[in-house]
Design a protein around this ligand. Sequence first.
Ligand code: GLU
Length: 493
Amino acid sequence: MDNTVRVRFAPSPTGHLHVGGARTALFNFLYARKTGGKFILRVEDTDLERSTKESEEMVLSDLKWLNLDWDEGPDKGGEYGPYRQSERLDIYKKYAYKLLEEGKAYKCFCTDEELEEMRKKAEEEKRPPHYDGRCRRLSEEEIKEKMDAGIPYTIRFKVPDKDYVLYDVVRGKVEWKSGVLGDFVILRSNGMPVYNFCVVIDDYLMKISHVIRAEEHLPNTLRQLMLYEALDWKAPKFAHVSLILGKDRSKLSKRHGATSVSQFKKEGFLPEAMTNYLALLGWNDGTDREEFTLKELIEKFSLKRVSKSPAVFDIDKLKWINSLHIKKLSDSDYLKLSEEFVCEKFPFLKNAYKNKKEWMLKVVNMVKKGLNTLKEIPDQIAFLFEYKPWEEKDILELFESDRKQFESAVLIAKKLSELDEINTESLWQTVNEVKKEGFKGKYLFHPLRIVVSGKNSGPEIDVLTESLIEGKDIENLIPIEKRVKLFLEHFEK
Ligand code: GLU
């Protein structure tokens, strides 16, 4: 028997890739990589009205950004293609007619109006709104008459009258009593197959061994089990992963904030952090460890440890995980990634990213430790290009409540203003002189910070001063000389 693991992610290209879909893709990817199997990407675009090419491109690019690379797919090809359902219509048709010939499905000539009437009647009689089976009972003659009259028809599957049981890898035993479903359409009158039918045909022909997908597909699984049986095919194993909820325990939706992968990218989250956090939504390694690289996730992942209970999406936890992965970035990766965020707010720094890499790295590195997202960088380095300590409430309050802070700041500013040139040496020499006048510890470094940065808090003081001194020639940077002058103009009255 062939035991090769083959799993798939099967997005419908009708919008962005959301966290739920991304997690499904991740679990499939991890399982394939862990077991040495294959990860297949299949685009389910038979809903012609809602599917778009742009959406397909977005979903693929989001998956690539997450580093979830696939082995077979619409852009890659493979032995079992095509991998876009809209290119497989003849295949579905063939199997629909096979079921028809074998008497496992039948032509249904009911109009939309008739079906609507049937539904209403069932509702009034408080019965489930099942198809009443009227076309199942048509005679050969009646069928021929309708065909000759050119009445359009769908192909409807004959639902067997029996119970079904699924042994789900995550949920355990799931049972359905007979009678929960009415005969359902597999091929529409316009020749388009329906989702549940395509999925079965594709999963079988693509030799999918495990279907790992969201719990909300569980009701579909019943239809799919019936179809496998009718086609005389062995069904794959199923693993239905629990829902992702918002903090209020309702299903995660836009109301809860960002939900699409591309939004998180724009907000300054790293793909490593996203995959790390998504893995924790419904899985753990059996310990309380929470920080994993993608490679570590591959090593640790198992379907056995996927939980049955719903997962709660917690943006603060994602931010924390993101902060851990930001700290791990190499200098060159971090510098590269920061550019987009920094230059969005300070476009003039494009030059520095090109020609003053070392200085730029020093600047972004000085705020790295405290970041939750890359989007926070510009605000944290904004002090380089702005200077208004007299408008900072906490500075004014400090000066008010602790006179010695104020006196020290004025003295530092005065002494610095007397220097011909402020460089690292002359700066620290001045600081030393102020120290000798009785300003020590918090009465030295804190006022120094206020004078040079114009802020009450920020990066470590020695890198902060270095970045200002070494950045003198950077466009729009306010040099310490000018800062000191402005400080005295405003405070020394
Ligand atoms: N195309 C379906 C969806 O996007 C997934 C089908 C499946 O995984 O079986 O929800």
